[in-house]
Design a protein around this ligand. Structure first.
Ligand SMILES: Cc1cc2nc3c(=O)[nH]c(=O)nc-3n(C[C@H](O)[C@H](O)[C@H](O)COP(=O)(O)OP(=O)(O)OC[C@H]3O[C@@H](n4cnc5c(N)ncnc54)[C@H](O)[C@@H]3O)c2cc1C
Length: 389
């Protein structure tokens, strides 16, 4: 019998597992490995099967800004504890036309938290980043120091390794059912196993509702996302060597600089989120989406957007897409709350930007489950399930 089983070995679950194992013995983190072959895989997928996630303090929402800051400040500690590097402080550049106040609001949240920000006009942007083509009325907000990108795959590995060093058990299985029983909670797995614990924390991300894991329907809205990747070869790699992570306020586009992928090539990635994307509900919806190549309209539009912004990318000869999913809650924040009488809790709902703050969401979930004081700048009420959920 474990004290706590964390169901979901992704960005938030693995963080919660590490923090919990610093607070108590008897912690297990349960979840499957990344499938070796998506096409033949019949189980669940995840939102962290990639090499690049943007991370920075500046954000128009102070809740996301403070949780990102607290997470980023622990990255080096997690890397040191695990021996696994996952963070690259490449910096961030947000760009915007005159019609948006997104960057002003981002700076207003980030500056009091110590974000190292600077404003750039169009000439300054072109001077610092000569590979960018921007209109004369473009403004830029840069953050250096604690902004950059993390490898979500490596971060999950690092969190799990650090949790194991603190005594946690890793169980490489997927859950099919979670039941409150006399004296605790049972987790039944696809392999037919039954694991028992005093408490369970569900952190299965976008799959939580589709797998029916929570006793309360979280009513997550889950969208399929298509990303487009350009392979960066030859001289272009040198031209883009100082590229920061980027965001475009009006379109919502986010762009990751060239990052090495497991096939040995460097890829620059763009995504643009919208609610027109595929709405995923059932396990079959997820399976079809993750096995597919995403939206061909997105591929065309994102590639055009990128080559307008970075004209050098017209030299790229290899472009491809990848698919992923994001889970939105009604509040715009993860739900970190009990979903029964104090035995089953959830930490679910990255809202498309859960990677940067994942360590702090895991910290909060761990403290909730361990019965520790909340002791956090974000009010507990902010992360509760809405009444009536
Ligand atoms: C294309 C894309 C780009 C993104 N870019 C950014 C970015 O730049 N910056 C940023 O901060 N965020 C970004 N995000 C969001 C971020 O990746 C997610 O918010 C984050 O992964 C959520 O963490 P999670 O732990 O809730 O979910 P996940 O990381 O998906 O982890 C959930 C885990 O639960 C497991 N699981 C599922 N079902 C079961 C089951 N039945 N039993 C056991 N385990 C199960 C999964 O295998 C997975 O390991 C992006 C997301 C996408 C899709």
């Amino acid at each position: 019998m474990h004290k706590v089983i964390v169901v979901g070995r992704g960005l938030i679950g693995s963080a919660a597992g590490r923090h919990l194992s610093g607070l108590m013995d008897g912690v297990a983190v349960l979840g499957p490995d990344e499938p070796a072959d998506r096409a033949t895989h019949s189980g669940v997928f995840a939102s962290h099967y990639d090499e690049g996630r943007m991370t920075r303090i500046v954000d128009p929402d102070p809740v996301w800004a403070v949780t990102a800051k607290r997470s980023i400040e622990r990255y080096r500690e997690i890397e040191a504890a695990s021996g696994i590097r996952f963070f690259t402080p490449s910096g961030y550049l947000g760009i915007s036309g005159p019609g948006s106040d997104y960057l002003q609001r981002s700076e207003a949240s980030g500056r009091p938290l110590g974000a190292a920000t600077a404003w750039l006009d169009a000439a300054g942007i072109r001077h610092r980043f000569p590979f960018l083509s921007v209109a004369h009325d473009t403004r830029g907000l840069s953050e250096v120091g604690k902004a950059g990108h993390l490898s979500p795959r490596a971060m999950v590995r690092a969190q799990c390794a650090a949790a194991q060093k603190r005594g946690a058990t890793i169980i490489v299985e997927a859950a099919v059912a979670i039941r409150a029983v006399t004296g605790g909670v049972e987790v039944e797995t696809t392999a037919g196993g039954i694991h028992r614990a005093e408490k369970v924390l569900i952190a299965a991300g976008a799959f939580t509702d589709a797998c029916g894991l929570s006793p309360v329907d979280l009513k997550l809205r889950v969208f399929g996302r298509t990303v487009v990747l350009a392979r960066i070869d030859g001289d272009l790699a040198g031209d883009l060597s100082a590229m920061p992570t980027m965001g475009h306020a009006e379109s919502g586009a986010y762009i990751l600089p060239p990052i090495r992928y497991p096939d040995g090539h460097d890829y620059l990635k763009i995504g643009i989120g919208s609610t027109d994307d595929a709405d995923l509900k059932s396990r079959d919806d997820f399976s079809r989406w993750f096995k597919g190549t995403g939206s061909s309209d997105n591929r065309r539009d994102f590639q055009a957007f990128l080559t307008d912004l970075i004209p050098g990318l017209t030299r790229c000869t290899h472009w491809h897409t990848d698919t992923c999913a994001v889970a939105w809650t009604a509040t715009g924040y993860p739900y970190i709350d009990w979903v029964d009488d104090g035995r089953i809790a959830v930490a679910v709902g990255g809202n498309g930007k859960g990677a940067k703050s994942a360590d702090d969401w895991g910290w909060l979930a761990a403290r909730l489950v361990a019965g520790e004081d909340w002791d956090h700048p974000v009010e507990r009420a902010t992360l509760r399930l809405p009444r009536g959920a």
